[in-house]
Design a protein around this ligand. Structure first.
Ligand SMILES: Cc1cc2nc3c(=O)[nH]c(=O)nc-3n(C[C@H](O)[C@H](O)[C@H](O)COP(=O)(O)OP(=O)(O)OC[C@H]3O[C@@H](n4cnc5c(N)ncnc54)[C@H](O)[C@@H]3O)c2cc1C
Length: 505
C-alpha cells in the first residue's frame, strides 16, 4: 500500500506517522526546504539558535515527529518537491490489481529541486491513496495605499519574525481580523519592534456571538486558553493597545508607509464617518483570515464546499475515493485541528477506519477543533461592508495593477460581471500570483450582491465562480515540460534509505 502525502506541515507530518503506523509505505512531499509547514518555521541554517524551541509552541512535538519519520525506512521525505499538477486518471493504475484497496484515480506530478534553478528533476506518482495537506495562506483585503512598501500581510511579518528573526518595522500597526493577530504582535515585540496597536475589525458583540455559545464545548481546547493567556500577558507587559471594531482603512506615504488611518467600523465593517484617527507608523501588518490552497484538491476533482473548503467525511476522505484531505484546506482550525485531522487522514488512507481504537482520541478531538474553526469564522469572518473603504484608485489586483474604478466601469459597460469575463476584460487575477492574493476579493466584488456598500457586482449568471482553479499549481518552465515529466514511481513499498531527499541542496 503506497500513500503519497502532499504537505509536510502539522497535518502532513501527522498523516505520515499514522499511515506508517498502519503499515503503509509513505512518500511525503513538500515544496519548502524543511518540514514543519507554516507553523514550525525554521531559522536559517547560517543563523541557528540553541533556543529555537522557545520561539515556537510545540517545538518538541515537531522534532519528535520529524525524527521518527526520518529514522523510518518506510517513509521517504522529499523536500524542495513542488507538486505542480494532479491529473485525474480514472483508468486503473498498473499495480492496482495487487493493491489491497483501489488506487486513487490520480497522477501526481512533482518537480524536485531549487525553484530558481534549472536542474529540477521530474517525478510522477500513481499512489494507492493520496493525502492532501497543503495548508493556507493569509488573506488581505485591499485598502487605499495597501500597495505601498511597508504594508505586509501579517503572515509575511510572522514568517520574517519566526523564520529570520527580523522585524518588518520599528513602529508597527497590526490590523485585520482573527486570533492570528495576537501571535503576530507577540513575535514582533520579541524581535524588537514597537507594536502601536492591534486593531480587530469585528466588534465586541460579534466576538461574543461567535465565541461564547455553548462554552463547555471549548473545554477540549483548553490548551488554546493557555496560549491566549500568554498573548494577553505579552500585550500587558509591552502595553500594546488592543481595540475591537476598528480597521486600517488607508495607508499613507510617498515612497513607503509613513502613517495609517484607523477608523471605527460598524457590525458590517463599514467605516463610521468622523472616527478616523491617523497613526504614524513605518510598517503595517494586515490579515483578514486565511485562504485554503485549493488548486490540487480541485485538480483531483474533490468537492469544495460553499465556504471554500475541501469536503471530507469522517475518514477525512474527499468526494474522490482514495483522495484524503487534512488541515487548513478543510477548515481554518489552527495547528491542533491540523494534527488530529492529519492523523485520521493518514490512518484511513493506509486502510484504517476512523472507528479504530488507535485513532479514537483523534476522532474525538476533531469534533472539538472543528467547532473551534466554526467559532473563528462566526466571530471574525469577513463582513461585506469592507468595500466601503475602497476608492476608485485602490488597486484590487496588484500584479496587473487593476484599480477598483476600472473594475466597476467594466461591469457597468459590459452589463456582465461573470468571473471569467471580468478577469479577461480587466486582467484582475491573471498576473503572476494567479489570483492567490486578489482572487477572494475579485470574487466578492463580483458576487457581493446589490446590498454591498459600494454597489456590489452581482454575478448575473449565478455561476459558481472560483479563482482557485489553477490546473498548473505553480510556475513551471517550458524547458522542464519539454524535458519530460519524470518516470512513474513504482507503487510497491520502498524500504531502503536514504529517506530524506533535499531538493534544495
Ligand atoms: C503565514 C502563516 C503564518 C502562521 N503563523 C502562525 C502562528 O504564528 N501561530 C499559530 O498558531 N498559527 C499560525 N498559522 C496557522 C498555522 O500555521 C496553521 O494552523 C497550521 O500550520 C496548519 O497546518 P497544515 O499542515 O494544514 O498547513 P501548513 O502548515 O500550511 O503546511 C502546508 C504545507 O504544504 C506545502 N505545500 C503546499 N502546496 C504544495 C505543493 N503544491 N507542492 C508541495 N508542497 C506544498 C507547504 O510548503 C507547507 O509546508 C500561520 C499560518 C500562515 C499561513
Amino acid at each position: 500500500m503506497k500513500v503519497v502525502i502532499v504537505g509536510a506541515g502539522p497535518a502532513g507530518l501527522a498523516a505520515a506517522l499514522a499511515a506508517r503506523a498502519h503499515g503503509a509505505s509513505v512518500t511525503l512531499l513538500d515544496a519548502a526546504d524543511e518540514p514543519g509547514g507554516q507553523y514550525w518555521r525554521h531559522l536559517p541554517p547560517e543563523r541557528p539558535s540553541a533556543n529555537e524551541r522557545i520561539l515556537h509552541h510545540g517545538w518538541q512535538r515537531f522534532t519528535a515527529m520529524r525524527r521518527a519519520l526520518e529514522a523510518d525506512a518506510g517513509c521517504e521525505i522529499v523536500m524542495g518537491a513542488q507538486v505542480w499538477a494532479i491529473e485525474r486518471s480514472d483508468a486503473p493504475a498498473q499495480a492496482r490489481t495487487e493493491a489491497p484497496m483501489p488506487a486513487a484515480p490520480v497522477v501526481v506530478h512533482v518537480l524536485v529541486g531549487p525553484p530558481d534553478g534549472t536542474g529540477r528533476a521530474g517525478r510522477t506518482f500513481r499512489p494507492d491513496a493520496l493525502v492532501l495537506a497543503t495548508g493556507a495562506h493569509d488573506r488581505t483585503l485591499p485598502f487605499p495605499g495597501w500597495d505601498l512598501p511597508g504594508v505586509f500581510t501579517a503572515g509575511a511579518a510572522q514568517a520574517f519574525a519566526k523564520g529570520e528573526r527580523v522585524a518588518v518595522g520599528q513602529r508597527v500597526v497590526i490590523a485585520g481580523a482573527g486570533p492570528f493577530l495576537l501571535p503576530v504582535a507577540a513575535s514582533l515585540v520579541a524581535t524588537g519592534a514597537r507594536v502601536l496597536g492591534v486593531f480587530e475589525a469585528s466588534r465586541i458583540a460579534g466576538l461574543v456571538r461567535g465565541w461564547l455559545p455553548k462554552p463547555w464545548q471549548l473545554i477540549g481546547a483548553a490548551k488554546k486558553g493557555g496560549e491566549l493567556a500568554g498573548y494577553v500577558g505579552t500585550h500587558l507587559r509591552h502595553r500594546i493597545p488592543y481595540a475591537t471594531g476598528r480597521a486600517v482603512i488607508a495607508a499613507h506615504g510617498t515612497d513607503r508607509v509613513e502613517a495609517v488611518t484607523v477608523a471605527r467600523v460598524d457590525a458590517n465593517w463599514r467605516p463610521v464617518p468622523g472616527t478616523e484617527q491617523r497613526i504614524a507608523a513605518d510598517a503595517v501588518c494586515v490579515s483578514h483570515g486565511f485562504t485554503p490552497r485549493l488548486e490540487l484538491p480541485i485538480a483531483a476533482g474533490c468537492a469544495i464546499s460553499s465556504s471554500r473548503f475541501v469536503e471530507v467525511d469522517e475518514a477525512q476522505q474527499s468526494s474522490v475515493a482514495g483522495v484524503y484531505a487534512a488541515g487548513e484546506i478543510t477548515g481554518i482550525g489552527g495547528v491542533d485541528a491540523a494534527l488530529v485531522e492529519g492523523e485520521l487522514a493518514g490512518h484511513c488512507a493506509a486502510g484504517g477506519s476512523p472507528g479504530d481504537p488507535e485513532v479514537r482520541r483523534a476522532a474525538k478531538a476533531r469534533t472539538t477543533f472543528t467547532g473551534f474553526a466554526a467559532r473563528i469564522e462566526a466571530a471574525h469572518g469577513i463582513r461585506r461592508g469592507w468595500t466601503a473603504w475602497l476608492d476608485d484608485d485602490t488597486l484590487v489586483c496588484r500584479c496587473e495593477e487593476v484599480p477598483y474604478g476600472r473594475f466597476r466601469e467594466t461591469a457597468a459597460q459590459t452589463c456582465g460581471s461573470g468571473l471569467r469575463s471580468m478577469k479577461l476584460t480587466t486582467r484582475a487575477g491573471l498576473g503572476i500570483c494567479q489570483g492567490r492574493v486578489c482572487g477572494g476579493t475579485v470574487e466578492e466584488l463580483i458576487g457581493g450582491g446589490p446590498e454591498t456598500a459600494a454597489g456590489g457586482l452581482l454575478d448575473q449568471r449565478g455561476v459558481a465562480a472560483t479563482t482557485d482553479r489553477r490546473p498548473i499549481a505553480s510556475p513551471v518552465r517550458l524547458g522542464e515540460l519539454a524535458g519530460g515529466i519524470g518516470p512513474t514511481e513504482p507503487t510497491e513499498p520502498h524500504l531502503s534509505k536514504p529517506t530524506v531527499q533535499k531538493g534544495h541542496q
